[in-house]
Write a protein that binds this ligand. Structure first.
Ligand code: NAP
Length: 308
């Protein structure tokens, strides 16, 4: 086994506590040695206010995970890449497509790895869905991603700000799966519902078509109470596919063929260690590009104000 990669974390908030810290604690590929955050702290390691202070004080650091909201990530990630540290970006990798392209170039110029992580792509039934669709003739597909923002994102102001993506913050998870299992596609129309007091959409209806003309729809809604839906459906010559629970469960014609507990973040860190050791990068911008296209092509619909 190679030496553990000495890693630091920047932006200590909900996802760091829920997923990154438990995944790193169990992974022998890493030793977490530092954290940088304005307010958040990680117990038993060195803590700093920002990436600059962390790099100055911990020269042995080899890699950094950036977990602050996407609008505030570029400068910090750039600093780490210029200092020749490998970089892991939480999803979405940035607030714009071009800034992430720039980070990709910087990683190559500095001889380090950049990982634009897409956690939903590592949900347990995603590869099985991809294998099924590879052998089937797809007639149409539909993405239904409907959740309750008050339950999952209480008091997160950044998510409603420009660059926070609104309902596309969960929607990009669906797109990270769809772009992995469906043929290449592009947006043909979109309607985005913006609450009158918010800068980001609370719902969206998007239509795509694949290059060979298949219709794909996406319905995003952030006001769904009761059961939550994170589903991708495909009508095929081999049956009706339902990939549900955010990619955890696969059913064909109503019969469950794959249902396993999720281990998305352990798999993300395994992949990051692989690319660091192989000296490569893994930066797929397709999900982010679709979100950019939805904002570019979408009709803006003003709806009633949203209050937490
Ligand atoms: P969060 O808890 O609201 O924010 C993470 C941390 O980022 C904050 O605690 C804050 O730490 C730092 N931060 C906030 N605003 C900042 C600013 N203006 N400048 C610098 N740092 C700032 O968010 P989160 O839920 O962890 O989400 C972070 C990222 O993970 C997002 O891209 C999100 O899409 C992704 N993600 C979230 C979830 C989830 O369930 N929440 C799931 C998967 C992925 P300090 O105040 O200490 O600096």
């Amino acid at each position: 086994m190679s030496q553990p990669i000495k890693i630091g974390i920047v932006g200590v908030g909900k996802i760091v506590r829920d997923q990154h810290l438990p995944a790193l604690a169990k992974d022998q590929n890493y030793r977490l040695i530092a954290a940088a955050s304005r307010h958040g702290k990680v117990d038993d390691i060195a803590n700093f206010p920002d990436i600059e202070a962390m790099l100055d004080a911990v020269p042995e650091l080899e890699a950094v995970s950036f977990c602050m909201p996407p609008q505030f990530r570029y400068d910090a990630a750039r600093t780490a890449l210029m200092a020749k540290r490998h970089v892991f970006l939480e999803k979405p990798p940035g607030a714009t497509v071009s800034e992430v392209e720039d980070l990709k170039t910087l990683a190559a110029q500095n001889g380090v790895s950049l990982f634009a992580s897409w956690h939903s792509r590592y949900a347990p039934a995603v590869e099985a869905a991809r294998a099924f669709l590879d052998t089937a003739k797809i007639r149409s597909a539909a993405i239904n991603w409907k959740e309750d923002v008050r339950r999952w994102h209480p008091n997160q102001e950044w998510i409603w700000a420009p660059g926070g993506f609104g309902v596309f913050d969960p929607g990009i998870n669906a797109l990270s799966i769809a772009t992995h299992i469906l043929p290449a596609m592009f947006i043909t129309s979109a309607v985005l519902d913006f609450p009158e007091n918010r800068a980001s959409p609370v719902a969206a209806r998007v239509t795509f078509r694949t290059s060979n003309g298949l219709p794909v729809t996406m319905d995003l809604d952030w006001l769904q109470t009761g059961p939550q839906s994170w589903d991708i459906l495909a009508d095929t010559d081999k049956g009706a596919m339902v990939l549900s629970s955010g990619g955890s469960k696969l059913a064909i014609d109503g019969k469950v063929v794959h249902d396993e507990p999720e281990a998305e973040y352990p798999m993300l860190y395994k992949r990051f260690a692989e690319i660091v050791r192989a000296g490569t990068s893994d930066v797929d911008l397709a999900p982010l590009q679709h979100v950019a296209d939805a904002f570019m092509l979408g009709k803006r619909n003003v709806v009633e104000a949203f209050f937490d």
